[in-house]
Write a protein that binds this ligand. Structure first.
Ligand code: UDP
Length: 471
């Protein structure tokens, strides 16, 4: 019932709705779930299921919802790391010592099923709806036991690629416009022991979910959303861009992990730069760019002569990158380059008026954050669906240029080769940041999509209405 819409909320019936959210513990999955919690909690009660290490990473989020008086409860469950051969305290994908332990990690997540079911059985009523990451197909079993709907967020597709060679073109059917990619740029399957069995279960469970929640918005890709809805034969609610639940720079900075640099210093640095002059370079939370490639990227940024913020997560893993940075690079670019080692307050940075371009790995969250901020992009996909997101940004929305990546860099697999040269980096930065006509058109379109994104979540907008309908 959406008739009784009053200030800030909807109806008493809606206010009684109680969603239980079960995020995958990887920052690219957990962060959008916390955003979803904020969005739904302005109108319904929410429980967000987490484990202790992840709860500690959500202190910024917890403080934010408390301050805003939003009815969100963090439900903490102990994580059985040791039982599944994982190091003590290893509760997030970014803490895995090797990707070979990924299946163990998923099995340990699956072991949360009984403790969560027990917690929910104690409640009267237990929940109105369970929303889980697609990887937690076991959450669907709890929903069936409790007789409540189960919605999922992440979409999995079966591997279409088995018999093709790298140069062959894969045609993905079911889209309103042709989607074609060389096999080498297709998502592919992660090669880790024991994953096939788990993925088969996930694919099978997917057919039983009651619908999908998509972190997207109608005005950006309505034809694709409709066509996907027809293909899967299930309701899809687009309620994004969910990152737009944050509107001020403090809330943006508190999103995700604790930033490894002082927010105020970062803002001060940005304030000292001209509007639209800085390029922001960041490759997500699980970045696997190899050391030589990082050096080449740095040399390209230096050659571009533009101000930049570069987020590097090489750290202890690649000491050679640290050595190279210290061996003259940082000194040479000190007047116009800021390097953030570790976690950056990405949203806060993207929203600053000094940012004129975003060099991104095209993770879906980063892509949407760039779009929402109205910032044009340089696309540098690494793996998974990032090459498809690149197509959306460059070919469909026309709000970015590609740096020219030809093949996948698998997560956790060392690839000691340079795929993108410093010249390619320099060229892409110039193309996007210079005053040419093409760059200006890209900038205008990016601004326009940013406005559309914001409108989607304002009162009466498509995503705002979908949140009401979902509740
Ligand atoms: N992120 C951030 N600071 C960082 C790295 C990542 O705030 O230093 C956030 C980013 O804003 C996004 C998420 O982490 O919300 C990464 O998700 P995405 O889907 O872009 O990529 P993934 O990490 O899953 O590859």
């Amino acid at each position: 019932d959406t008739a009784g819409h009053a200030s800030g909320g909807y109806t008493t019936a809606a206010a009684a709705a109680h969603f239980v959210l079960v995020p995958m513990m990887a920052q690219g999955h957990a962060i959008p779930m916390t955003d979803m919690a904020r969005l739904l909690a302005s109108t319904a009660r929410r429980g967000l299921v987490v484990t202790p290490v992840n709860a500690a990473r959500m202190t910024g989020f917890a403080a934010g919802v408390e301050e805003a008086g939003l009815p969100v409860q963090l439900v903490e469950l102990p994580f059985p790391a040791a039982e599944f051969g994982l190091p003590d305290g290893c509760e997030n994908v970014d803490m895995l010592p090797s990707k070979d332990l990924f299946s163990n990690f998923l099995l340990a997540c699956g072991a949360l099923r009984e403790p969560l079911a027990a917690r929910l059985r104690q409640r009267r009523p237990p929940a109105s709806c369970i929303i889980s990451d697609m990887m937690h197909s076991w959450a669907g079993d709890i929903a069936r036991e409790l007789g409540v709907p189960w919605l999922t967020d992440i979409i999995y597709r079966k591997n279409l690629l088995k018999s093709l060679t790298d140069d062959e073109i894969v045609k993905v059917s079911g889209f309103p416009t042709p989607l074609e990619l060389p096999k080498a740029r297709c998502p592919g399957t992660l090669c880790v022991p024991g994953l096939k069995q788990i993925s088969d279960k996930i694919y099978e469970a997917e057919t039983r979910s009651d619908g999908r929640i998509m972190n997207s918005f109608q005005e950006m890709e309505s034809l694709y959303i409709e066509s996907f809805e027809r293909t899967i034969g299930k309701k899809i609610w687009t309620i994004g861009p969910m990152c737009l639940c944050h509107r001020d720079s403090n809330a943006m900075a508190a999103r995700g992990n604790k930033a490894s640099m002082d927010d105020a210093k970062c803002l001060q640095w940005l304030d000292s730069k001209k509007p639209g002059s800085v390029i922001f370079v960041s490759f997500g939370s699980l970045s696997s760019t190899d050391p030589q490639q990082l050096v080449e990227l740095g040399l390209g940024l230096e050659a571009s002569k533009k101000p930049f913020i570069w987020v590097i997560k090489a750290g202890k893993k690649f000491p050679e990158v640290e050595e190279w940075l210290a061996d003259g690079f940082e000194e040479r670019v000190k007047d116009r380059g800021m390097i953030i080692r570790g976690w950056a307050p990405q949203m806060m940075i993207l929203w600053h008026q000094a940012i004129g371009g975003f060099m991104t790995h095209c993770g879906w969250n980063s892509t949407l954050e760039g779009i929402s901020a109205g910032v044009p992009m340089i696309t540098w996909p690494h793996r998974s669906e990032q090459f498809v997101n690149e197509k959306l940004v460059v070919d469909h929305l026309k709000i970015g240029v590609e740096v020219g990546v030809k093949g996948v860099t698998q997560w956790g697999t060392e690839q000691k080769e340079v795929k993108v040269t410093r010249t390619a980096v320099e060229t892409a930065v110039s193309m996007l940041m210079d005053e040419g006509e093409v760059a200006q058109e890209i900038r205008m379109r990016a601004k326009d999509f940013g406005m559309k994104a914001r409108r989607a979540l304002e009162e009466g907008g498509s995503s705002y209405n979908n949140i009401k309908l979902l509740i």
